[in-house]
Ligand binder design. Structure first.
Ligand SMILES: CC(C)(COP(=O)(O)OP(=O)(O)OC[C@H]1O[C@@H](n2cnc3c(N)ncnc32)[C@H](O)[C@@H]1OP(=O)(O)O)[C@@H](O)C(=O)NCCC(=O)NCCS
Length: 176
């Protein structure tokens, strides 16, 4: 089968990285055993750690650092320019016209599908960002945030968080 992968020669790929079809990687670094889904783009000067999962249709821009063991859901968008413009004085902007704003996703964190992570934000270790969130502020480690703008839902009491009853079940509200 023909492969449709666009991987620039300057990409630093770790060992046993698993790459799906229709990906576009350039100038970035991907750690050992990380898995990258289809239709993912990772730009130059972005770093993805070891044993991460980057799900399909996600965009990781320049300035983003994703540490080891991070889960990124489907269709997650990162941002690196808070006040973007196409032109300066009627001319298309170049890299000289703006500065990359960094974003940091710390070890073991998870970002839910369809989320947007604004620049100059840090998502703390093993935090979870709910699906469809817009993260505008730092997310403390070991917490769950969700919504637009993302707000704290609760702290995570690992290792039991996956078996913990839902907040609405605790309050006796049945799922609609
Ligand atoms: C946030 C999440 C982790 C659930 O956390 P939780 O602590 O179990 O939260 P609960 O389901 O008990 O809900 C708590 C409250 O948050 C709300 N909530 C849950 N998920 C939300 C979300 N993604 N966005 C906005 N609000 C959300 C609930 O409606 C509930 O609100 P209420 O108190 O007004 O009823 C989960 O809903 C989620 O979004 N996970 C990400 C899944 C994902 O993207 N996976 C990717 C691979 S498929």
């Amino acid at each position: 089968m023909k492969t449709y992968q666009c991987i620039a020669p300057d990409v630093k790929l770790g060992e046993n990285v698993k790459l799906s079809q229709f990906i576009n990687l350039y100038g970035c670094e991907i750690g050992d055993e990380t898995k990258i889904g289809a239709f993912v783009e990772i730009q130059k000067n972005a770093k993805v750690g070891k044993r991460c999962k980057i799900s399909s249709h996600t965009f990781v821009c320049e300035g983003v650092t994703i540490e080891d063991e991070v889960f990124i859901g489907h269709g997650v968008t990162f941002i690196n320019d808070s006040y973007p413009r196409a032109t300066t004085d009627g001319q298309l902007q170049t890299e000289a016209d703006w500065h990359v704003e960094p974003t940091w996703i710390k070890k073991g964190a998870s970002v839910g599908s369809g989320s947007t992570i604004l620049s100059r934000v840090t998502v703390g270790e093993r935090a979870i960002v709910g699906a469809g969130s817009v993260v505008t502020r730092d997310v403390p480690a070991h917490t769950i945030v969700a919504g637009n703008p993302a707000r704290l839902i609760r702290a995570i009491d690992e290792p039991d968080q996956t078996t913990r009853p839902k907040a609405r079940e605790v309050r006796g509200i049945s799922a609609a």
